[in-house]
Write a protein that binds this ligand. Structure first.
Ligand code: AMP
Length: 215
């Protein structure tokens, strides 16, 4: 099963994906996490991606597609995959179809998480992320057990530079202009498209999400 998670920044895709992947043993593939790892490692990709990420702009499609192609190669063909933050443009969606077709797979389902902009802005301002394992917390709603420390791996949590107010507004605009059209695009494909309201508490959203993907 290949499932794509769509939804604006701050809607909780990462939180929901990590929880589901941890409990059912699926692969969670977050292009944002892969890019942040590349930046920390100081690779060429990390250096190329840096300015786009800091401005809240999308990293060019060709770089992202190479990254995803390489990463998907390492995933066993029978493993469930949750794609979080990818694809973000129709060119990426077309590229993904090609990558999956080459290994006899296809996008089975698209889950669209929804919440109003005011709520997204509130969540992003409280979000704290683990730079090591990608776990996401929120100081208001889902704080870590020990302040500033990741529950999963013990690393120090950070408030991502692109979660600060100046950049968030641009990320929301970029989502509306470049990524939201994918909802219609997948509506015309064979994949099942399901909307999940992400306004409820995390556990309730997780229940709806699991129902949507049959777990
Ligand atoms: P995220 O953690 O998914 O919010 O991603 C953080 C940033 O990484 C985004 O604002 C983009 O600059 C970049 N990024 C992540 N995934 C993609 C993608 N699929 N296409 C282009 N840029 C991406």
């Amino acid at each position: 099963m290949v499932v794509i998670l769509l939804g604006p920044p701050g809607v909780g895709k990462g939180t929901q994906a990590v929880r589901l992947a941890d409990s059912v043993g699926w692969e969670h593939v977050s292009t944002g996490d892969l890019l942040r790892a590349a930046r920390r490692a100081g690779t060429e990709l990390g250096r190329k991606a840096q300015a786009f990420m800091d401005a809240g702009e999308l990293v060019p499609d060709s770089l992202i597609l190479d990254l995803v192609r390489d990463h998907l190669k390492g995933i066993p063909p029978e493993a469930g995959i949750l794609l979080d933050g990818f694809p973000r443009t129709t060119a990426q969606a077309e590229g993904l179809d090609g990558v999956l077709e080459a290994v006899g797979r296809r996008v089975d389902q698209v889950v669209v998480f929804e919440a109003p902009d005011e709520e997204l802005i509130r969540r992003l301002s409280g979000r704290r992320s683990c730079p090591e394992c990608g776990a996401v917390f929120n100081v208001h709603f889902t704080p870590p057990k020990q302040e500033g420390i990741c529950d999963r791996c013990g690393a120090a949590l950070v408030h991502r530079a692109d979660d600060k107010a100046e950049t968030v507004e641009n990320r929301l605009k970029v989502y509306a202009a470049q990524t939201e059209p994918l909802i219609e695009w997948y509506g015309r494909s064979e994949a099942a498209v399901v909307a999940v309201s992400a306004e409820a508490p995390v556990d309730d959203v997780q229940r709806e999400f699991r129902k949507a993907v049959g777990h």
